[in-house]
Design a protein around this ligand. Structure first.
Ligand code: ADP
Ligand code: MG
Length: 313
């Protein structure tokens, strides 16, 4: 027979801003125990901007920005976009790089022409790639840990201050493993996030948050939004195991995310919910897609699931 209820349900869903890719997940949504949100780009706008720069002696903001913007290459990460636009806004020409490499969940690495790190930045148009150069890294706390690098105290002070304001910090690291600069990036929590979380709580659903970002930033956002449990500095390949851990406690878990790194967790979750503006990989891994990028649609989804499947019984 034609699954009429499901057909109606699908068009109702479309009117509510969601696209259903997996009917079973839609049915399970009414029984959810926990909704796990990715932070950046899901609970926040993900439109980060560089709001602060600090450097060690011998460097300056413009040179640091030139090298950082170069090292980001054409990375699609929002941190990369923010660093490149900060350079553009200040009329800073990105340093020429070779051997760009994306270190998923950690940052980026590239080889920078010697003049970029050893001499003041030249006016635009005159930079040239020369042989040799040095490897420069740009990334967050996970990257520093991986490289075994300590922060000079002035950089640590800057980072702590930024972190307490929920700003994401990334570090520029030279070949000899010295941090030479740090950038603070500010993102804003989506206006709808608080309402979504309050409504989920009212339905008896627990709310968790997962992020590759630092402990400081995660804590600040969790407190601001009243999130029950958060997981910070989670590497991309740990995101799905974090979901699995909650499942092993017997919980029915939804994951809401937008990024490439969220895809395995979206696939692992009982209900994978992708943000419509997210990356293709995330959307392909989701059971349901939130077309309007509105976290409150998670609440509508649970209500719609409950209403639709009650009728079927
Ligand atoms: P999220 O869970 O916040 O979407 P990601 O796994 O994409 O995080 O990234 C985790 C962390 O790795 C970021 O907070 C940042 O510190 C670092 N990082 C990732 N990609 C980049 C990049 N292109 N440039 C600088 N830092 C990066
Ligand atoms: Mg994200």
């Amino acid at each position: 027979a034609v699954p009429l209820v499901v057909a109606i349900n699908t068009s109702t869903a479309a009117r509510n801003g969601m696209l259903i890719r997996d009917r079973i997940a839609m049915e399970e949504a009414r029984n959810l125990d926990t909704v796990m949100f990715d932070k950046t780009g899901t609970l926040t706008e993900g439109e980060q901007g560089v709001v602060g720069v600090t450097t060690v002696d011998g460097w300056n903001d413009r040179r640091a920005l030139a090298v950082a913007a170069g090292v980001e290459g054409d990375s699609e990460h929002m941190i990369a976009r923010a660093v490149r636009s900060a350079a553009t806004e200040r009329g800073v020409e990105p340093a020429t790089v070779t051997d760009f490499e994306n270190l998923r969940g950690l940052g980026v690495r590239a080889t920078v022409a010697p003049e970029a790190t050893s001499a003041p930045t030249r006016p635009s148009g005159t930079s040239s790639a020369s042989k040799g150069g040095e490897t420069v890294h740009l990334g967050g706390p996970n990257l520093l840990e991986r490289l075994g690098v300590e922060r000079p105290s002035a950089i640590a002070t800057f980072a702590d201050e930024a972190g307490s304001n929920a700003q994401t910090v990334v570090y520029l690291v030279r070949e000899e493993s010295a941090v030479v600069a740090a950038f603070a990036l500010a993102d804003v929590v989506r206006a709808e996030s608080r309402a979504a979380i309050d409504a989920l709580h009212a339905m008896g659903i627990e709310v968790a948050m997962l992020t590759g970002d630092s402990e400081d930033v995660a804590r600040a956002v969790a407190v601001e939004l009243g999130i029950d449990q958060y997981f910070a500095e989670v590497l991309p390949d740990e995101k799905d195991t974090t979901v699995a851990r909650l499942q092993s406690e017997g919980k029915l878990v939804a994951m809401v995310g937008d990024g490439v790194n969220d895809a395995p967790a979206l696939a692992r979750a009982d209900v994978g919910i992708a943000i419509g503006s997210g990356t293709d990989v995330a959307i392909e891994s989701g059971d349901i897609v939130l077309v309007d990028n509105d976290p409150r649609d998670v609440v509508r989804l649970v209500r719609l699931s409950a209403a639709s499947y009650r009728k079927m019984q």
